[in-house]
Design a protein around this ligand. Structure first.
Ligand code: DSN
Length: 419
């Protein structure tokens, strides 16, 4: 590798990031560790190739091999999810969502989706996103008494505002979403139904979380979260929308596809079709449930009281903290999470009253229920002691740092990579 010699600045930052990933505990719900095979495909010569268009219909010569790559990626993901059509070119989940909107909506049309603080994504209609600027948005809130989706309220809102598209899916809703019920609401008003399963895709592929594919007109997801592939997006749809979706990705909203990423997606789809992946996803869920219960039993408040997925939200207001403070406190011990708004939050999104915790990355390292209990203990003592005086606070940090060091060395990450 000549990078060290030719560009030490970047080389050394990559090595530092490897050490950070290795030495810490990664609990960001949207992160994971891709396999060495996924990274090899992504770091391949395919990065050099322009391939605007689709297999057999490119605007560049020399596409005979990348055509094969994209065909394989499309076939694998269709089989994995039982979908009629797949577009594997979206550069990200937001690009995938944008393409669906632009395929079937006009500027000014109405869409309905979960509010950001109630689990929705920026691209589901937040005013700061293109989705909130181009479309009229009807935000859906969680029910205050139990922080769950209220399907009757969804029906009432949909009948009143008659959105042209309903988007369901979430970045922080830990519970099962009843795709069938939302589909029937959409059908009853003649709306399109898009399910954004960026977070749940790996669980869905493994049959651990319900699939929206039989119900939704469009299913979008990212490939780097529970799917454990490279960073990128995918759109699945019924055949009747295939042409519109393909046209809206290219030339509508993107130029040249990232063929090295598409190759890495194909590798990830093959990995996701194995029994090992299904076992991994059940462990992700089991770990999330144990970690949530462990925090709750130590006095922390879990939004909606638990989880049916790889993640959950912790309301840190009962221990006198903000999400921002809690994130910083955990970071000081090598535990990485992200601050998050909770439903009906009084803080701004930059501060938040919660933290989001997910188990995909630590499960990839091989951690199980026993380790979740240990991590739960470290997190809760850190957050509780930090609301107190300096001495116990420092002791809790030192103790948590030791726990993180022990777990990180017991469950090594990328052992074949040189640090
Ligand atoms: N999908 C978001 C997350 O869950 O972290 C980022 O856009």
């Amino acid at each position: 590798m000549t990078l060290k010699k030719n560009d030490f600045d970047i080389y050394s930052l990559i090595k530092k990031e490897l050490r950070r990933q290795r030495n810490g505990l990664e609990l960001i719900a949207s992160e994971n560790f891709a396999s060495a095979d996924v990274m090899a495909a992504q770091g391949s010569v395919l990065t050099n190739k322009y391939a605007e268009g689709y297999p057999g219909r490119r605007y560049y010569g020399g596409c005979e091999y990348v055509d094969g790559v994209e065909d394989i990626a499309r076939e694998r993901v269709k089989k994995l999810f039982g979908a009629e059509h797949a577009n594997v070119q979206p550069h990200s989940g937001t690009q995938a969502n944008m393409a669906v909107y632009f395929a079937v909506l006009n500027p000014g049309d109405t869409i309905m989706g979960m509010h950001l603080a109630h689990g929705g994504h920026l691209s589901h209609g937040h005013p700061a996103s293109f989705s909130g600027k181009y479309f009229k948005v009807i935000p859906v809130n969680l029910r205050k008494k139990d922080m769950l989706l209220d399907y009757n309220e969804i029906k009432t809102l949909a009948r009143k505002h008659r959105p042209k598209l309903i988007v369901a899916g979430s970045s922080s809703y830990s519970r099962v979403i009843d795709w069938r019920r939302i589909c029937s609401v959409a059908k009853s008003i003649g709306a399109y139904f898009m399910a954004d399963i960026a977070h749940y895709a790996g669980l869905v592929a493994a049959g651990i979380y319900p699939s929206p594919v039989p119900y939704a007109d469009f299913v979008t997801f990212t490939t780097h979260k529970t799917m454990r592939g490279p960073r990128g997006g995918v759109i699945l749809c019924k055949n009747k929308f295939a042409k519109d979706i393909d046209r809206t990705i290219f030339p509508g909203t993107q130029g040249g596809p990232l063929m090295h990423v598409i190759a890495a997606k194909a590798v990830a789809f093959k990995e996701a079709s194995t029994a090992g992946f299904r076992k991994y996803q059940s462990q992700v869920l089991a770990n999330a449930r144990v970690l949530a219960a462990s925090l709750e039993s130590r006095g922390l408040k879990i939004v909606s009281g638990g989880t049916d997925s790889h993640m959950f939200m912790v309301d840190v207001t009962p221990v006198g903290l903000t999400g921002k403070d809690a994130q910083a406190i955990l970071e000081s011990a090598g535990i990485t999470v992200n601050k998050n708004s909770i439903p009906y939050d009084k803080q701004s999104p930059a501060v938040g009253s919660g933290i989001r915790i997910g188990t995909p990355a630590v499960t990839t390292r091989g951690m199980k229920e026993r380790e979740m209990e240990i991590i739960g203990d470290a997190i809760s003592s850190l957050l509780q002691k930090h609301a107190l005086a300096a001495a116990p606070k420092n002791m809790a940090t030192a103790r948590a740092q030791k726990i993180v060091r022990t777990l990180a060395s017991k469950f090594p990450l990328y052992p074949n990579l040189k640090s």
